[in-house]
Design a binder for this molecule. Structure first.
Ligand code: BD4
Length: 278
């Protein structure tokens, strides 16, 4: 059960600059008064009544807290504390100050496959750990893959924003149609029972973008994008993939598979020849 302190976050932290928005909440930098340590604070508005349209159900916040409390891994953001006062829950999270992975890549001329592999390895290590605990992220996308710092030649990847994450329990089906159209798996769109394999589809999309700068299924509207996902209509356009290895394309093809049970798992990805050459 999530441990939520019935205290005011401002009694312990100085609230700093706005860092942007995570899933369903504003994120700000905060400074812990007792230690001077800087953290990220995610502010979640809680629904006042069951029929209120504004804010989140408390149960969905408790789910995010429970998931984060179960996950201690170098490639997953740490949850330090949780406060609740009035109609707001505040998650105190590890500050991942290197910004989003894709901003880091956008600043470079181009990304070598060897650099892409290093990033994918860390993403897969974090995801493999989550999946080993029967937890799926369900919102994997470039905005939720961040770097611990910008200056290191080999920055550390951190997965963030577990607002849509789910902890599977034996024999209990789970369906959801939430997510971001460019990255969601066909079974999400078709409202079929979900599994950790839905994250692996997103990894296939993210790898495709990492290597080409293109989004494989993106259309002019969300509806068009969703139709492209269902139709599995993507290709390796030679104008963008002429320098990409066949191993990299094989890695992507083994993830963008319609049947979730036929997709590579995170563990299988880490053993794929593109990631772990023989
Ligand atoms: C330096 C920086 C800038 C923006 C940040 C964050 C950190 C950040 C963080 C987190 C979340 C959920 C959202 C965050 N955002 C919002 C945008 C995330 N794609 C978080 O959990 N730790 C962060 O540092």
């Amino acid at each position: 059960m999530a441990v939520i302190k019935p205290e005011n976050v401002e009694d312990f932290y100085d609230i700093g600059e706005d860092l942007g928005r995570g899933h369903f909440g504003q994120v700000r930098q905060v400074c812990e008064r007792a230690t001077g340590t800087v953290w990220a604070a995610k502010f979640l508005k809680i629904r006042k009544t069951a029929c209120s349209r504004l804010g989140l159900d408390r149960s969905s916040v408790e789910r995010e807290v429970e998931v984060l409390q179960a996950l201690q891994h170098p490639n997953i953001v740490i949850l330090k504390d949780v406060f609740e006062s009035r109609a707001e829950v505040v998650l105190i999270l590890e500050l991942v100050s290197g910004g989003e992975l894709f901003d880091f890549i956008a600043e470079k001329e181009n990304l070598l496959e060897s650099e892409a592999i290093e990033f994918m390895k860390q993403i897969l290590e974090g995801l493999g750990f989550m999946h080993s605990k029967n937890i799926a992220h369900f919102d994997l996308k470039p905005e939720n893959i961040m770097l611990s710092d910008k200056v290191s030649p080999h920055p550390n990847i951190k997965l963030i924003d577990f607002g849509l994450a789910h902890h599977f329990h034996q024999g209990v089906e789970y369906k959801s149609t939430s997510g971001t159209p460019q990255y969601i798996a066909p079974e999400v769109i078709n409202s079929e029972p979900l599994s950790t394999a839905a994250d692996m589809w997103s990894i296939g999309v993210i790898t495709y973008i990492l290597l080409s700068g293109l989004s494989p299924f993106q259309g002019n509207t969300d509806e068009e994008t969703l139709r492209n996902v269902i139709a599995m209509s993507y290709e390796f356009d030679s104008r963008y993939f002429s320098m990409t290895s066949s191993m990299a394309k094989d890695f992507i093809e083994k993830l963008l598979v319609k049947d979730p049970t036929d997709r590579m798992t995170a563990e299988e990805c880490l053993l794929h020849p593109w990631i772990k050459p023989i």
